[in-house]
Design a binder for this molecule. Sequence first.
Ligand code: PEP
Ligand code: MG
Length: 656
Amino acid sequence: MERSTIVRVHDGLHARPATRFVKLAKSFESDIELVKDDRSVSAKSSVKLMLLGVKENEEITVRATGADAIEAIEALIGYLENPHAGLEDDGAVQPQKQDTGKPAARKPAQGLPADGALRGVAASEGAAIGAVYGFFPAEIKHENRPLAANAIADEVLRLKQAIATVQKRMDASLAETGLAESDRGIVAALKDIANDDELTGGAIAIVEGGIDAVSAVIGATSKIASDFATMDDPYLNARADDVNAVGRQICLALLGQEDVNLDTIAEGSILVAEDIGAWDLARAPLKRIAGVICGHGGATSHVAIIARAHGIPAVLGLGRAVLDLKHARTVALDGDSGEVFADPDAGITGRFQAAIAKAGAEKQALTAYRDVTPRRADGTVIDIAANIGSLEEIDAAKEAGAMGVGLFRTELLFMRHIHLPSEDLQAETYSSLARAFAPHAVIVRTLDIGGDKPIAGVDFPDEENPFLGWRGIRMCLDRPDIFKPQLRALLRAAVHGNIKVMLPMISDVGEVRATKTLIGECAAELAAAGTAFAHFDLGVMIETPAAVLIAPALAREVAFFSIGTNDLTQYIMAADRLNPTVAKLNDVTHPAVMAAIELTAKAGTDAGIMVGMCGEAAGRPDLIPAFIAMGLTELSMSPSSIQRAKKCVLEGSKAD
Ligand code: PEP
Ligand code: MG
């Protein structure tokens, strides 16, 4: 039997979503195939699946034959229709969508020199200078040695043992407690490649055809690697390096050799390699590595992802030029511009050292503001809060000194699950948040999901303009079966701390009133059931031009405003926030947007309610003084911006 659907998995069946899909497929006995454009592959091979190049919004057919075919098709179709399938549950770092893998044209970090340099892909930001640690393992030769007919069986056995050895090494690496969660995801993906029948079966078939195992592995891996390299997707192109790295490990096991070991790398070294496997880097002593330079790789390669996750500056994709660095003693790299200097002269060295010292000192100095309570010149406390989307982010927010949460995006909770999250699961999540930040406020935003980002359990209509469509409060009010469990969960969580609730995409006072009616019904239902609950402050996001223009009326209905500058800017400027061709118009500092913010602030402060901001602009030091002057008393931002914002408020109040 078979069923077709449109793939909604965010960014398609890339690495982790593909391997998770394969894992799910393997849990069924049936033979399962995925069919796209008349090409069909086994759904039980991650490599084959990735090579099929299944993208988001493409039509795909799942075909199954066997005893559990119905269940298999149901589960796999459910997976394909879930936008966040496979993306969130292993802590793995995902490539950033804007990464293109092409050499970046960004500015050099902190005014570093732009001439006399080798140039590669700026893969992980920051500058570094240090002694070269060359990682140039010997090349493994492709001999194509013919085997005698009676030697073939033994060679196949040797190959199988070598594959098992590599798998065991990867398992041991995965079992190490010291391995960062993000790296664990990457090693797991490599292990999947080492387990994949496309690679192992391909190599075994070559040996069975009478060729030695090392050559067979090189042959099989280079075929798969070149298939990846020719796909029209930079992320999949970068998988070619992963396949080669796995092949190399199998060859080394066949030859009884150990790979070059990074354990001896000295503190502050710059790792220079023609090619380095993600597995080698993940298990290296990363704290001692000041920078990474590599001939291969791009911004979406796993090496880049590991470097970024650990804050190590990296320039990749330098090509053959990396060989010029082999004999250099010192090297300087700028991960913002992609520039590399071999044995830099005193001038360049001085400039790099100054830039590194400046960045380090800035970061260190900001930690002094962690526990500061910033106030306006008149003594009013300005709450610098965190924007988060999951419980996993609580620690980072508290560590940064967040004075509560100014925006908890509940979408992730809904996208994470194949089914809608239950009221109990939601109550538990919101309660944990409230407890973690008490006595500070935690502002939970009710579900803000639109036609462009469907969730399992909700049928979204096809819309010409999803951003102007059935999203946020509009959808919630039409679906009380989804909205009321969330409101009841929030009422229950309010018992455990300072929960506040805000409504997204408000453009009419009636939407607030209708929500209040539902909250009243929810409270009555909880009371009737004898379930503990407490009332919460209700606020609205100001992110539509309509909300700005009716702000005085809205202020009479709610306890606070939170300005969502991301959407407000796109709607005021009529410039899609996701469309790079109109990015110039999407500017929060445009006088039209600043005027809208000021109008909102005035309406809120005139009515005596709290006015905050949770759009990206809230963390901008160049704008914070203006927002404070307008009367905003809460700014919510990504945890990494909190200390700088506290400093900015403090210095602003001293200057007043
Ligand atoms: C905003 O629009 O500014 C906002 C904070 O919400 P989101 O970015 O989640 O749409
Ligand atoms: Mg918004």
